[in-house]
Design a protein around this ligand. Structure first.
Ligand SMILES: NC(=O)c1ccc[n+]([C@@H]2O[C@H](COP(=O)([O-])OP(=O)(O)OC[C@H]3O[C@@H](n4cnc5c(N)ncnc54)[C@H](O)[C@@H]3O)[C@@H](O)[C@H]2O)c1
Length: 377
């Protein structure tokens, strides 16, 4: 079976996580290791990093040497020119994502783009429109969908064992000091697209949407409370879902005791997840409602186990889909839903009222850019 060819564009911090995830899938040489409980992959999820590109020659050289990558290019055009790889992984700052993803899709390569996939709904829709039914496709990195805890919970929601979702908490309480925002692309609408709502809490909000589905109304506020930057440094929102469930969403980079906290109160159980930047099974807790202990505990115990959230788990799913000629996760439709929640928070915060999907339609400012009609500071 020939390996899928992968190229990485942008060889900075997160690119290392990608290279190591791909190498770790490729390194499972012992057949006994594959397919056993806790291993997210099988031989069909292997791939080889054949090329990398970066505008910083020193960083590129070091990255290619470290990971044994043969073809090193100063930019994306050279990389796509001769034989476009099966998959291009876009690890550049967010302002470069749309243009690079469009070039790859038009050259025939599928794309796995880091979050946030684009600066705006308009950009992301244009990227989605460049996909073709049989590929190439656009996928976004939202790695917390792929740990066994989230997949087990998704399966339990589908089975009906938990009953209706009623209430959720989705808090991203992280800490980034002022120096973090010295990177020229961070904390600016034109290059990062937003602050912690767009850049940090988006991970947890993606998981929230994966589990609870579409939202109907968002009421939010955003503040620039302590950091010197263009965007917000915290946001708070009340989100209503089509199911009737309601959620409290907080996104902060001002919280010294860092925590990512998700809590779901269903009719028959509370499910909680506490972690920081990635979770394992032990980070989940389930509390059945009185009278439902046996059914809930049995379903929780029988579900998928042993897979931490992370890039490796998402790669296993992405590469399997590509081999099977199906759209890899997280699909453009799913990423659009997550980006609509981000846009809804900004729209409500800056318009000063609750918003619905009409407020994010293509003829509105919040479709074109996350700060829409302008931040309130
Ligand atoms: N999924 C996650 O958990 C996670 C974590 C961190 C960062 N990210 C995302 O990954 C992306 C990159 O973040 P980072 O922290 O690695 O940034 P970084 O600044 O460390 O690396 C970006 C790299 O892209 C290169 N670059 C910039 N413009 C380029 C261009 N036009 N063509 C080629 N190379 C170019 C830079 O030289 C740099 O090496 C961002 O979108 C960020 O939000 C995701």
């Amino acid at each position: 079976m020939t390996q899928l060819s992968v190229a990485i564009v942008g060889t900075g911090t997160i690119a290392r996580t990608h290279a190591e995830a791909l190498l770790s899938l490729d390194d499972r040489r012992d057949p006994g290791e594959r397919g056993k409980r806790g291993d997210p992959g099988d031989p069909g999820d292997r791939a080889k990093v054949v090329a990398a590109a970066d505008i910083d020659p020193d960083r590129l050289r070091e990255f290619c040497a470290r990971y044994g990558i043969a073809e090193c290019r100063g930019g994306l055009p050279g990389l796509l020119h001769d034989s476009p790889p099966d998959l291009v992984v876009v690890c550049t700052p967010p302002g470069a994502h749309a243009g690079q993803a469009l070039s790859c899709l038009r050259a025939g390569s599928s794309v796995l783009v880091e979050k946030p996939p684009a600066l705006s709904l308009a950009e992301l829709q244009e990227m989605a429109d460049a996909e073709r039914p049989g590929g190439p496709w656009l996928a976004t990195v939202f790695q917390h969908r792929f740990g066994s805890g989230a997949r087990r919970l998704r399966a339990m929601i589908d089975s009906g064992v938990l009953g209706r979702p009623l209430l959720a908490v989705c808090h991203t309480l992280w800490f980034r000091d002022q120096a973090y925002f010295d990177a020229p692309w961070r904390g600016r609408w034109g290059t990062e697209g937003g602050g912690p709502t767009m850049g940090h809490g988006i991970h947890q909000m993606d998981l929230l949407g994966y589990l609870l589905g579409d939202w109907t109304e968002v009421a939010a506020l955003a503040r620039r409370q302590a950091r010197q930057m263009e965007t917000e440094d915290l946001s708070l929102a009340r989100v209503t879902f089509a199911s009737g469930a309601v959620a409290s969403v907080v996104n902060s980079v001002l919280s010294p005791r860092e925590e990512s906290y998700l809590r779901f109160d269903f009719e028959r159980a509370t499910v909680e997840l506490r972690h920081r930047y990635g979770y394992r099974d032990d980070d989940w807790q389930i509390t059945p409602a009185p009278g439902h202990e046996a059914a809930v505990t049995a379903a929780w115990g029988a579900g998928e186990q042993g897979v931490p959230s992370g890039h490796r788990a998402q790669y296993a799913a992405v590469l399997r889909s590509l081999r099977g000629h199906t759209a890899p996760p997280v699909t453009s439709a799913d990423a659009l839903r997550t980006m609509r929640l981000v846009a809804g928070i900004y729209a409500s915060a800056f318009l000063g009222r609750p918003v619905g999907h009409r407020d994010l339609a293509p003829d509105t400012p919040f479709y074109q850019r996350m700060n829409g009609s302008g931040a309130r500071w």
